[in-house]
Ligand binder design. Sequence first.
Ligand SMILES: C[S@@+](CC[C@H](N)C(=O)[O-])C[C@H]1O[C@@H](n2cnc3c(N)ncnc32)[C@H](O)[C@@H]1O
Length: 209
Amino acid sequence: MPHDFLSFFLAWMSAPGRVGAIAPSGEALANLITSEITPSTGPILELGPGTGSFTYKLLERGVRQENLTLIEYGSDFMRLLQVRFPGARVLWMDAGRLAGSALFEGAPVGAVVSGLPLLNMSTRKIVSIVGGAFSYIRPGGAFYQFTYGMTCPVPRPILDRLGLKATLLDRAMLNVPPAAVYRLTRRPQSRLANSSNAASSKSDALISE
Ligand SMILES: C[S@@+](CC[C@H](N)C(=O)[O-])C[C@H]1O[C@@H](n2cnc3c(N)ncnc32)[C@H](O)[C@@H]1O
């Protein structure tokens, strides 16, 4: 929606680091990041939905609003999302606090769709977000993340620590600016290291930034 460009730009002016983009994602990127999701994916967690570019695409793909949990830290965006997606669960919270928030019973989530600006975040924060999200993802589920950077925005040491692998899904060259989408999944045989059992000295060094 044209109106979204203005509200997005104003939000970026007031908190550029948190918003991380001057405009909402376009159709090509929304198509790509949701391309593996179907109505049978089950519960979906969306992180940083902003004005809902990816959320609308999920609905177009047949996902029911009742299967959506939207985590947004911008209060204006959060209110807008509540109006636009009244059947979804919209939570005003920092995605860095996912772990221990008991958002779901067990780990039923089939996919996480993230628009979070990870490149603007510390290592510690990325570990909390990705580790927290995977605590809700069922076996075989995936975490989809876009980036404007040339490489995966979750650095290799964090993937190693969390027992994850990253695969480049594709690039959306028509997005402005062009973006790439990565799919994060658990490595075979690996168990998610959570904050309590991953306190090796190597990990401590990793998060000491
Ligand atoms: C680059 S925008 C992406 C918005 C939308 N997904 C899109 O692609 O158009 C990043 C979004 O993440 C939200 N955000 C940033 N940090 C967050 C955090 N710690 N927890 C939840 N949302 C956050 C911002 O408020 C903003 O809506």
